[in-house]
Design a protein around this ligand. Structure first.
Ligand SMILES: O=P(O)(O)OC[C@H]1O[C@@H](O)[C@H](O)[C@@H](O)[C@@H]1O
Length: 305
């Protein structure tokens, strides 16, 4: 079944570059997704007076849609490892350049279902099973599914099923690029008490005290922060609320004015337009999934005006 065979009210398919995009518009929001990387690229909820609000997500105007490169923006999925290829994933398989943040953000997923739910929200499920190509990079068997619900909130659930006869160890993150008025004037609440690892300062560790006022350039990993998180535009702009389930970690990243120059797919001036607040299970919060078991991790995003 090809993607065009899904006939659901308020859902249409358009091309951008080499990708097929899924456009959703319903009583609650409009959104844009693609099976390449199972990426959500846009989510504009409706305001109380029924107008579409600004996008919650940021996608770089320089993003590439060639079906090969990871899309710069929206919600890329980092799986089965976050960041570099960690020591514990090494195997007999020789991967010369293991992709940063894993391989599924650059892989075509299958669109398994698109349907309207009883309340009028739209649910889309993307799936990916291990195959010869994935085993060449990571020699394990798995089934992955991303369930996205476009409703009054944007909800994503990533499910990993371990199809091996042994336990599987993964790290994972929804690498969300949130659109903000000015990344220099925001505060992130909900990280306090977590272990903060500053990767721009030799992985120095501290305990996060109070709200985070991100410096211009930031690449902090927060462990053991399972509660809700919010991103507020200062002084009294809108607030984005991030509710998570089975996500112990959060990474806050923005390249800032210098490091951004090393990114071909981000304009040098655009770093103030977003903040990445990436929720999942990374570093020491890694997840071990027993044989035959499924692990689920969710993110639910909404905007409070
Ligand atoms: O360029 P990539 O692979 O998408 O990574 C972007 C950033 O992703 C963040 O999650 C990392 O913490 C940063 O170190 C990294 O630079």
């Amino acid at each position: 079944m090809t993607i065009d065979n899904f006939k659901v009210e308020g859902v249409r398919f358009v091309k951008r570059g080499d990708l097929t995009l899924i456009e959703v518009e319903n009583a609650f929001a409009k959104a844009l997704l693609t099976p390449f990387g199972a990426s959500v690229l846009s989510y504009c909820p409706k305001t109380a007076d029924g107008e579409f609000d600004k996008d919650v997500l940021w996608v770089s105007p320089q993003a590439v849609y060639d079906g090969k490169a990871a899309i710069r923006g929206g919600i890329p999925i980092c799986w089965p490892w976050f960041g570099g290829y960690k020591e514990d994933f090494h195997s007999e398989v020789d991967v010369e350049q293991p992709p940063n943040h894993g391989f599924v953000r650059k892989t075509w997923w299958k669109t398994e279902s698109i349907k309207q739910l009883g309340n009028g929200a739209v649910e889309i499920r993307f799936g990916l099973e291990s195959n010869a190509d994935t085993r060449a990079v990571w020699p394990h068997s798995f089934r992955l599914q991303l369930k996205v619900v476009i409703g009054p909130t944007l909800s994503l659930t990533l499910s990993t099923t371990n199809l091996n006869e042994y336990a599987l160890s993964i790290t994972e993150a929804l690498h969300t690029y949130f659109a903000v008025e000015d990344s220099r004037r925001i505060e992130v609440d909900g990280l306090q008490g977590g272990v903060c690892i500053d990767t721009l300062d030799n992985n120095s560790r501290s305990i996060q005290q109070g709200k985070l006022l991100p410096p211009e350039s930031i690449d902090n990993v927060y462990l053991n922060v399972a509660g809700d998180i919010s991103i507020k535009s200062l002084p009294d702009g809108p607030k984005l609320l991030l509710e998570t389930v089975h996500a112990q970690s959060c990474v806050v990243w923005n390249p800032g004015s210098e490091i951004v120059k090393g990114f071909a797919d981000i304009d040098n001036a655009d770093w103030t337009d977003f903040i990445c607040v990436e929720t999942g299970n990374v570093w020491g919060d890694r997840v071990v999934i027993e044989s035959g078991e499924t692990h689920r991790s969710s993110l639910i995003v909404s905007r409070e005006n």
